[in-house]
Design a protein around this ligand. Structure first.
Ligand code: GLP
Length: 241
């Protein structure tokens, strides 16, 4: 793992954005794995600005999102479908036909089949990841098999609590998700992890220094040969090395 720690969050996000801009300019038809949550929002803002300044184009880019809530209508402001449109897709020149998000409204087994089949026809170049405070990646909660492919998961109590800040009440947070599996994530050529804030420090410590164990899903990233980790100093504060 290549780990970079930043004093300044703006610098962290502009560094990651520059990485993407260079990558896309070198490979305009790249296949990007995208993430939701609050963590990638500043990255997407930087990329939108770079597009508006004519520094990058997404017209030949293909994207795959990690996950989606089960049961939220696409029009719900917290659906990841809606999130991606508002935070990124509506502001850039991407062809929406080339964007893929697992469906939270299809019959779940059908949704799994459709997504896995789309994924199997593509090789993700760069997969972006945030990390849950309990070490989840995508919505692969602690205990998920490292061999998992696209699947329906039950959200951990801690995840429901973490994500309730986006909803009017905790009762409104869906309890299930559809997510790329851990094996799917590990298939990407390269993985970029961003973590900021003190509430990620324990998960970051275990991801980087802990044993590789299904109780901490992100620990599997130690086994990937090409992972770039971008941390602010709070998220890095418990690292010992
Ligand atoms: C969410 C998403 C993850 C995300 C993580 C962290 O529930 N399913 O893909 O990385 O939890 O979220 P945040 O960036 O808001 O802290």
């Amino acid at each position: 793992m290549n780990i970079q720690v930043f004093e300044d969050k703006n610098e962290l996000y502009s560094t990651v954005a520059e990485y993407y801009i260079n990558y896309i300019n070198q490979k305009p038809n790249a296949i990007l794995g995208l993430a939701t949550g609050t963590t990638p929002i500043p990255l997407y803002k930087n990329l939108i600005q770079a597009y508006k300044n004519g520094r990058v184009s997404f017209k030949d880019i293909t994207t795959f999102n990690l996950d989606e809530y089960i049961g939220l209508p696409q029009t719900h402001k917290e659906s990841y479908y809606s999130f991606m449109r508002h935070q990124l897709f509506n502001h850039i020149d991407i062809n929406l036909n080339n964007t893929h998000i697992p469906s939270g409204i299809l019959e779940p087994n059908e949704a799994i089949k459709v997504y896995q089949s789309q994924l199997s026809k593509h090789q993700i170049d760069v997969q972006l990841l945030g990390i849950g405070s309990n070490g989840h990646i995508g919505f692969n909660e602690p205990g998920t098999s490292f061999e998992s492919t696209t699947q329906i998961t039950q959200l951990a109590e801690s995840t429901i609590k973490d994500n309730s800040r986006m909803f009017d009440s905790i009762e409104e947070v869906p309890t299930k998700s559809i997510t790329m599996g851990i094996k799917d994530i590990m298939m990407a050529n390269q993985i970029i992890v961003i973590a900021t804030g003190l509430n990620k420090a324990d998960a970051v410590l275990k991801m980087i220094e802990g044993p590789v164990n299904e109780s901490l899903p992100a620990s599997i990233l130690q086994k990937h040969s090409n992972v770039l980790v971008f941390l602010d100093k709070e998220a890095a504060s418990k690292l010992t090395k």
